[in-house]
Design a protein around this ligand. Structure first.
Ligand SMILES: Nc1nc2c(c(=O)[nH]1)N[C@H]1C(S)=C(S)[C@@H](COP(=O)(O)O)O[C@H]1N2
Ligand SMILES: [Mo]
Length: 200
């Protein structure tokens, strides 16, 4: 098995799913800045706040009961690997919207993760039905290195927006570039437009 396959070596229908400048990987790489945080279900909580009618906070037991969706989606990392047909199970982003009721001026979603990591996403990418907070991947619980117990998944954007070890969602009227966005990556990150770095 090859780790990375060029688009030119792929059948046309597969190649069509690989954005420009990306290579297909069979293996699932682990990629993040910093160390893998420990998960303690007794102290873990999830906060939804900002430009919403209903701010709320959930315990792990309350949170995990919201899981009800499965999404199969492709994953594209700006470091040029793409993995097709990841199977995610978890909480539809629409469920967070339903409970929080964002105000009309909520235009950006900020993912807040352990250790102060954040990622900003225009709200329209989170309102698509393929956006979720995943608790499981490919039939198993998320592993610690892939973001356990919960990670955001925004399939339409480069994977740095899919924040691992997610602890909260903030709705904002103004943008707030996150960790990678402040460190050279593009503010939006659409893989089909190759929005990789500042200035792309
Ligand atoms: N909390 C956190 N989430 C993160 C990152 C990070 O540095 N910290 N890196 C992102 C990047 S760059 C990628 S490509 C994906 C990789 O997810 P994976 O390790 O499950 O493949 O996680 C994203 N989520
Ligand atoms: Mo990445």
């Amino acid at each position: 098995m090859k780790f990375f396959t060029k688009k030119s070596e792929l059948p046309a229908e597969i190649a069509a799913r690989v954005p420009p400048g990306q290579y297909l990987t069979e293996k699932w790489p682990v990629l993040h800045y910093g160390s893998v945080p420990r998960f303690d279900p007794r102290t873990w909580d999830f906060r939804v706040f900002g430009k919403v009618l209903n701010e709320f906070k959930l315990s792990w037991d309350e949170f995990r009961k919201l899981a009800e969706t499965t999404v199969v989606a492709d994953m594209h990392c700006v470091t040029t690997w793409s993995r097709l047909d990841q199977r995610w199970e978890g909480i539809p982003f629409a469920k967070i919207v339903e409970l929080a009721k964002p105000l009309p001026d909520a235009k950006f979603v900020i993912a807040h993760s352990e250790q102060g990591f954040t990622a900003n996403t225009p709200i329209e990418f989170c309102l698509r039905d393929d956006c979720l907070i995943a608790l499981r991947a490919n039939g198993e619980e998320l592993t610690p290195e892939h973001g356990a117990p919960a990670r955001l998944v925004v399939p339409r954007l480069y994977a740095w927006k899919s924040a691992k070890w997610l602890r909260g969602i903030e709705f904002r009227s103004t943008d707030a570039p996150g960790f990678w966005e402040k460190n050279g990556y593009h503010n939006r990150g659409d893989p089909w437009k190759e929005e990789r770095y500042w200035g792309d």
